[in-house]
Every structure is written in structure tokens, then in C-alpha cells.
Ligand binder design. Structure first.
Ligand code: FA5
Length: 317
């Protein structure tokens, strides 16, 4: 076809027809051969003497941890060693916990950035792990009365109506952390963030802290990590900025403490919302966040050093 332009004009029509005929002939021959092969395959399967017994134990590796599970456990262990409780929280919440208890009243513009699935009876799929703050603060409020701090982390899956790209998913994981006591300050917050990041990465990483607005903290910060895919030069994974928003944080707003029945005159605290999926991206240098929900076992299983074998096989071993 490419050579057709070199054929003299008067012969072009005839040459074009002949090429098309030849193309058609080859395509038909391939289709016929494929059909023949398929038929033979089916025949072989029908006549096979060997049969597949699905009750037999499998002899290959059985599976592996998902990279988000790996990084989640790592962060959990770091905070456990610093006296934090690990809390679980449902994926379905309500308007009060997801927004109102967090100083985001109805019609507040901050809601526009976190659209989600609304279910019946005023329930919704949680848009951020902050949705558990009120519940956890109430659960551990008695700690304060007995002179102990509240220290908790709560990982979880979040859902948002997002324009999906290399660093945004509609379903992703965050890990929230809170600490409340007398005299908790921004220095405490920075200490915990630094400790967590240096333990997770075990290498030098560049982060930056800048002011950020979240109605449930005052002051609020954005903690960004320099993109480990491009080393800060700018690429698709960081939307060409060289930085990735990783862990917004700040001092818990007095209204949030009050909503949980804690006196903000007496106690202060910090909160952070770590993007776990993005942390896994940066730690394992995964270029595209969509890999995590893809079910691509070949790629997802490469980060773990633990693989499962079938229970029967491990018994034999
Ligand atoms: C929040 O969700 C706040 N609740 C965080 C917070 C908690 C602030 C406590 C202050 C105090 P944000 O929408 O920026 O903030 O999300 C937090 C992190 O989650 C982001 O920095 C990012 O790492 C991750 N994240 C957010 N949206 C997505 C998404 N669509 N895909 C993947 N990760 C996301």
C-alpha cells in the first residue's frame, strides 16, 4: 500500500484493486486457519485423556499481599510503637460524621470537592477518613479525664467522584491520625510526620509544608512529597508539578473538639490525613495509581516478600 504512491497515475487504479484483492486473500486465509486451529483445540480438549480435577491442591504460589496492605501495616506498626491505637471504621457513614461534625455545615463550599455516592436514609460512602474523627474522639474522651492523651490512627477506603488520572482514583485509601492532650502543638505534629516518613522510606526524601485550608483544622497544612518517579522534574504521576500532595494536617479546630464533647480551652490536638495509596505509589515507584485497583496480579505481587502457599502445601512443608 505504501508503494502505491510511486505507481504511475494511469496504473494506480488497477494496482490498488490488485493490492486489495491480495489483502482480502491473506485476511481470509488467516481467519480460516485460526478457525481450524480453534476447532482442533476444542477437539483435543474433548478427547483429552488427562482431566482437570479442581479439588486438587494448587501447586503454584497462592497469592501475595497488596502493596497498599504492605504500606498500611508498616505505618500501623510505626504508630503502634508510639502508643497509638489502630481503629477500624465503616465505609458507610452519614452527613453528620463526614461533614457537619468536621465544621463543614450544609452548603459549605468545601463539600464541592468531595462528592460521593449518597445512599438512602442520609447515608453516604465516606469521602475521607476524617469522617471517623468524631466517633474516635468520643470513644477515647475518657482518656483525657484520667490524664492520658488520645492517640489513634484509623486507615480506610475512601470514595470520591473524581476525574481519574495517574494520581487520582475514585476509590483510594487514607490513614487518619489524631492526638489530643493538654499542650499539644504544631511541633508535636511535625515530629510525628517526620518520624513516620523517615521510617517508611528509610532513605532521604524531600517534603515541603505549606499552608492548606481544611475547615476542621486551624491552622492547616499541606504536606507534599517530592515525586519519586521523576525526582521532582515533573511527570504524569505528579501532574508535571514535581510534587505530590501526600498528607494534609493541622491543629484540630476548636469546633471539632466541642462537637465531640471535649473542651478546646483545656485540650488541643493535631490531625493528619495520610494518602495511603499515594504513599504506596511513592514508596514502590508506581507510575500510575490505577495499577492498585487493576487486579493485575503479575505486577501487584512484585512488592511483597511474603507469598502464600496453599494451606495443604505448607502443611506438607
Ligand atoms: C482530606 O481528605 C482531609 N480529610 C485530610 C486531613 C485530615 C486534613 C486531617 C487535615 C487534617 P484531601 O482531600 O487533600 O484531604 O486528601 C488527603 C490525601 O488523600 C491527599 O493528600 C492525597 O494523598 C489523598 N487523596 C485525595 N484524593 C485522592 C484521590 N482521588 N486519589 C488518590 N489519593 C487521593
Amino acid at each position: 500500500m505504501q508503494e502505491l504512491r510511486n505507481v504511475p497515475n494511469e496504473n494506480k487504479k488497477e494496482a490498488g484493486q490488485k493490492i486489495n484483492e491480495a489483502k482480502q486473500y491473506i485476511e481470509n486465509a488467516i481467519a480460516e486457519k485460526l478457525a481450524e486451529i480453534k476447532e482442533k483445540e476444542i477437539e483435543m480438549l474433548i478427547n483429552a485423556t488427562e482431566s482437570y480435577d479442581e479439588t486438587m491442591p494448587v501447586s503454584v504460589d497462592y497469592g501475595s499481599y497488596h502493596p497498599i496492605t504492605l504500606v498500611q501495616r508498616e505505618v500501623e506498626n510505626i504508630f503502634l510503637s508510639m502508643g497509638f491505637n489502630v481503629e477500624d471504621y465503616s465505609e458507610i457513614t452519614d452527613d453528620y460524621n463526614c461533614f457537619e461534625a468536621l465544621n463543614i455545615p450544609k452548603h459549605h463550599p468545601a463539600r464541592d470537592m468531595q462528592d460521593t455516592y449518597y445512599l438512602s436514609s442520609n447515608q453516604l460512602l465516606k469521602t475521607h477518613t476524617s469522617a471517623a474523627q468524631n466517633t474516635i474522639l468520643r470513644k477515647y474522651k475518657s482518656n483525657l479525664e484520667s490524664g492520658n492523651p488520645i492517640r489513634a490512627i484509623f486507615p480506610g477506603r475512601c470514595f470520591r467522584n473524581e476525574k481519574i488520572d495517574a494520581c487520582h482514583e475514585n476509590t483510594f485509601f487514607q490513614m487518619e491520625g489524631i492526638m489530643v492532650d493538654k499542650d499539644i502543638s504544631i511541633s508535636n505534629l511535625i515530629y510525628f510526620m517526620k518520624t513516620m516518613l523517615s521510617e517508611v522510606f528509610q532513605r532521604d526524601i524531600t517534603v515541603r509544608l505549606r499552608p492548606g485550608f481544611f475547615p476542621f483544622v486551624e491552622p492547616g497544612f499541606e504536606l507534599d512529597i517530592q515525586c519519586s518517579i521523576c525526582g521532582g522534574k515533573g511527570c504524569a504521576s505528579c501532574k508535571d508539578s514535581g510534587w505530590l500532595e501526600l498528607c494534609p494536617c493541622g491543629m484540630i479546630h476548636p469546633n471539632v473538639l466541642t462537637a465531640a464533647g471535649i473542651d478546646p480551652e483545656e485540650y488541643t490536638g493535631f490531625a493528619f490525613g495520610l494518602g495511603l495509596t499515594r504513599l504506596a505509589m511513592m514508596k514502590y515507584e508506581v507510575k500510575d495509581i490505577r495499577l492498585f485497583n487493576s487486579g493485575n496480579l503479575k505486577e501487584l505481587s512484585q512488592f511483597t516478600d511474603v507469598s502464600f502457599t496453599h494451606p495443604e502445601e505448607s502443611k506438607e512443608a
